[in-house]
Structures are given as C-alpha cells and as structure tokens.
Design a protein around this ligand. Structure first.
Ligand code: COA
Length: 333
C-alpha cells in the first residue's frame, strides 16, 4: 500500500515575546520557579488583530510555498486546536476561507496536545487509501487570551503559549524506498477527562453560559499538574516503544524524537525512559512554552531548519495531553 510523506513544513508565532519576568509583574511567580519546573524561558502571545486562524494561515502559506504549491492544490484541510476562534463552526472552514479556496473538506480535530498526532493518523489513512492527495495538516493555538493571568491561574498561565505549525502531506509514488509514515498509534482514557479541562461554557450546563460560571472561572483551563506529569512521563515513552516495536526498530535507530513540548522535565523523563541520547531529542520549549497541537509541527520545522533530520532518517513523534489522549508516529523521512 502507498505511504504518506511530508512534502513540507512551516510555522508562525506571534511577534510578542513574553518573558518569565514579564509574568512575575502580573502574578506571584518567578523566573526561577518557572525555569526549574518547566524549562520555559519565553513564550509568544498574540497581539490585537491576531487570531488562531491568522497564525494558521501564515504557517500554512509558508508550508505551501516550501512545497511549491498553492492553496488550490490542496484537496483537504485538517485543523487541530483546543483553542478555537469560535464555538462553531470549527477553525478549519475559517482557514479555508482565508486561503481563498472552497469546496474541499475542512476537518476539525479536538485532541488538545495530541491533536497533531491524531490529525496525522487521519491524514495518513486518507492518503494511503487514495481518498485525498494533498492534505494540509495544521496545529494552531491561541492560549494567551484564555489564561487566568492572576496568581490564581499561575500553575497553568506560565506554561502555555501561542503559535501555529503546518505540514503538507501527500502520497509517495511506488514503495518510496521505505520512506514515509511507517505507523501511527493513538490512544485515549476518558477516566481522566477532568484532570486537565475547561468546564464551561458548555451545553452540559443550563444555561450554558452565565455570569456565575464566569465568576467561578469555569472558562479557564484547570489542571491537576502532578497527575498530568505522572501520566505523560509514562505514556509518552510507552508510545515511543509501541512505535518502535510495530516497525521492528530499536531506540538506537531513532535519528530524532520530536516530542510534544509540554515541559522540559517531562521530555527529560521521556528521553531517559526511551533510552535516547541528548542528540536524539529535539527541544524548543524554552522559547515557546506549551503550544499544544502546534508544538510538534513548530518543533519539526525548526529541527529541519537546523539540519537535524536528513532523507532516510527515522523520525519519531510522541504526544500526551488532556483527555487523557496520547500517541506516537514513526516516519522514515
Ligand atoms: N509560580 C510560583 N509558584 C507556583 C506556580 C508558579 N507559576 N504555580 C504553582 N506554584 C506553587 C503552588 O501553589 C505550590 O505552592 P504550595 O506548596 O505553597 O501549595 C507550589 O508551587 C508547588 O506546586 P505543585 O503543583 O506541587 O508543583 P509541581 O512540582 O507539581 O509543578 C507543574 C507544577 C504544573 C509545573 C507540574 O505539575 C507539571 O509540569 N505538570 C505537567 C503540566 C503539563 O505539562 N501540562 C500540559 C500537558 S500536555
């Protein structure tokens, strides 16, 4: 069966850089606490006029240009985000409109930090079966407007950032000399749904939005950080092992692991548990914080710009996030 290849990558982040010292001016936190617990030094926040879709458009246009394609060459859009511009419709159609195209499908994926790997799994299946030939897969987030930027929300507010990453995917001709997406594995365990979630507004509430709800802060992401940390540290390396086993590969075969950038300490634990050297793991969380579904495509584009991956190398992706959801992908670049 034909395989899927990455034709190009691109990313875009807002220009506004927010340092830990900037945060310490608006809430009770410190550079030392944030760096020690998360490794994050700066993150980007949107300015007036930016939206998730405007970030996604920039990332998409960069990826399309690198592939020598225009939006008209696409036959499908998959848009992964947990911070949509509107309740409905999903961001996919707004991005489609921004790109000046119509008629092709625009699918929205809501699997938070695992969104990109979930989206890749869908895109890969569609390409392998021949349903679509040119899929734009985007992960884009605007967290900054939703964060509780007071001391009450400091445990999450310091971790998340805004940004967008995009890739263009297409089928390899013939067997592609063993290249392309070798496997994707995606998982979920809804027993932990409330460990990292935004309760409302939501149609489980009647009325679905109210002043009381907003006063209680139900519209803010809340997290049991230690539980998330514990599960991420177990499930991410486990999913790397599953990807390797499915392809009869070993940790030493990995040229580059691009993990979801949630927390430097989590990434270090994943690296140790997966038995990888420093040069096998790509990390850029210092600069962007956790950009959820955007983190893997942003990191991948930066890794490629730094020549960390060449044709024929083994790339492994892994992610973990709210839901809980997690997964991995193995790609012969
Ligand atoms: N600045 C300063 N102090 C902070 C703080 C901040 N930004 N956020 C929390 N604190 C305080 C807490 O209030 C607590 O104070 P107390 O001891 O007086 O009660 C103390 O720091 C320790 O809090 P705790 O929650 O026990 O810290 P931790 O070691 O578990 O680290 C996280 C907190 C959030 C950094 C950590 O749990 C984590 O990284 N979890 C995973 C988060 C994640 O990656 N989520 C996304 C997954 S996709």
């Amino acid at each position: 069966m034909r395989r899927t290849e990455f034709l190009s990558t691109g990313f875009h982040v807002p220009a506004r850089v927010v340092t830990n010292d900037d945060l310490a001016k608006i809430m009770d936190t410190s550079e030392e606490w944030i760096v020690q617990r998360s490794g994050i030094k700066t993150r980007r926040w949107v300015s007036e006029g930016d939206t998730g879709v405007s970030l996604a458009r920039e990332a998409s246009l960069k990826a399309l240009a690198k592939a020598g394609l225009t939006p008209r060459d696409l036959d499908c859009i998959i848009y992964c985000t947990c911070t949509p511009d509107h309740f409905e419709p999903g961001n996919g159609v707004f991005l489609q409109r921004e790109l000046g195209i119509t008629d092709i499908p625009a699918l929205d994926v809501r699997n938070q930090c695992s969104g990109f790997i979930y989206g890749l799994s869908i895109a890969d299946a569609w390409i392998r079966t021949g349903q679509y030939r040119r899929i734009l897969l985007v992960g884009a987030e605007v967290h900054s407007r939703g964060l509780d930027k007071t001391t009450r929300g400091r445990d999450t507010a310091v971790l998340f950032g805004d940004g967008a990453g995009a890739v263009v995917l297409g089928p390899l001709d013939g067997n592609g000399a063993g290249r392309g997406v070798l496997s994707t594995h995606i998982f979920a365990d809804g027993r932990y749904a409330e460990k990292l979630w935004v309760d409302g507004p939501g149609l489980a509430h009647d009325p679905y939005v109210s002043v009381e709800m907003l006063e209680q802060g139900l519209h803010r992401a809340v997290m049991e950080g230690r539980e998330v940390f514990k599960f991420a540290s177990i499930k991410m390396p486990e999913s790397v092992g599953i990807a390797l086993a499915a392809n009869q590969l070993k940790p030493g075969d990995i040229k580059l692991l691009v993990p979801h950038q949630a927390n430097l300490r989590i990434i270090e634990m994943v690296q140790k548990a997966a038995g990888l050297r420093d040069d096998q793991v790509y990390i850029n969380i210092q600069r962007y914080g956790n950009t959820t579904a955007a983190s893997i495509p942003i990191a991948l584009d930066e890794a490629l710009a730094e020549h960390r991956l060449a044709r024929g190398d083994l790339l492994v992706l892994t992610a973990f996030g709210s839901g809980f959801t997690w997964g991995s992908a193995a790609i012969r670049w």
